[in-house]
Ligand binder design. Sequence first.
Ligand code: PMP
Length: 428
Amino acid sequence: MNSRNEALFQRAQRTTPGGVNSPVRAFRSVGGAPRFLARAEGARVWDADGKDYIDYVGSWGPAIAGHAHPAIVEAVREAATRGLSFGAPTEAEVDMAELLCELLPSVDMVRLVSSGTEATMSAIRLARGFTGRDAIVKFEGCYHGHADSLLVKAGSGLLTFGNPSSGGVPADFAKHTIVLDYNDLAGVEEVFQARGHEIAAIIVEPVAGNMNLIKPAPGFLEGLRRLCTEHDAVLIFDEVMTGFRVGPLGAQGLYGITPDLTTLGKVIGGGMPVGAFGGRRDIMEKVAPLGAVYQAGTLSGSPVAVAAGLASLRLTREPGFYEGITAHTRRLTEGLAAAAREAGVTFSADAVGGMFGVYFSAAVPASFADVMASDRERFNRFFHAMLDAGHYFAPSAFEAGFVSAAHGEAEIDATVEAARKVFAGLAA
Ligand code: PMP
């Protein structure tokens, strides 16, 4: 085992719960000590022992241009020399808001925050304030950050550790969260028939990425749009993960659906803490100081973070950016699936833009139940063997993977080649 990683993990556990500042980092479900990362560049990360890995986590999505991209690092350096934070508006925030409104036609106005959690928490409060209703609909296995109302049958770390609903959430809050099955439109229709007048919002990951990757079934997102319109509920697309990840216009552009509110994070911060929520003008005008829905932040719109985000978004707008990332992600998933087939290992894989899923199941899952039926023990063996070989996948069978613009054919092919040997070992 890696000596410095181990030592750091021992040290960390004495002063930090589980030794980590976000649960899935702890490698609990796959076992072993997490790699403490010392630096990253392009498609690679280096751990505390100096071992390098081709990285398919990408800071869980933000690193779409590759780690430490020179243009983003320079933007950060330049902004930092002019002051780290003012608590007053800046021109860069106007640039960012205008860019987001231009890129996402559903967004007339936007408010910047510092994380995806803040974005979704604020969007839910806004939807409730706008409609005067308390109930919200979410889907089992979707993760929308860790605000109380949203930690009910949630995905990501909650699924990884088998505790889909968090302790510390009062039942009085959770009772306003109606949890339904992803891709089951009939179930949503039924609930709206009975309780449509109580429902403030549907919040949905338009491509689910926190129970591994699950695509929306044909008609699912369209149906949610229709039901929200019919019942005057707010449709919230949580694009914290999918925004500028699955394509240049996010999932809403890819599937051609117009949500009322959109939440963003990850890519729009380029690796720095930025989130955003935005959408219809008549809804956004309810946000303080224009309206009665309060929302604020000391570091919201941080000049350094916004500089990183703007630089990141500008890189994604270069010609061919999404074509390249989409092709390389496909090359990875098709390569892995072919290698598994040759070895006779039950496996499937899928991708949307620069986001992918790998599944130890015969077919690509279409529902939460399908994902839960996949072979988690095999995933864990795959994960560790790949890690040993220098390929860093997400340390859980319930997370999506990410490819960056710095992953070229050489990196992808090296990973597929390593997987070929790993699958042969799994079959033996
Ligand atoms: N929504 C989605 C869809 C996410 O994937 C995440 C984080 N993985 C969040 C919200 C929360 O974002 P953050 O971790 O920045 O608070």
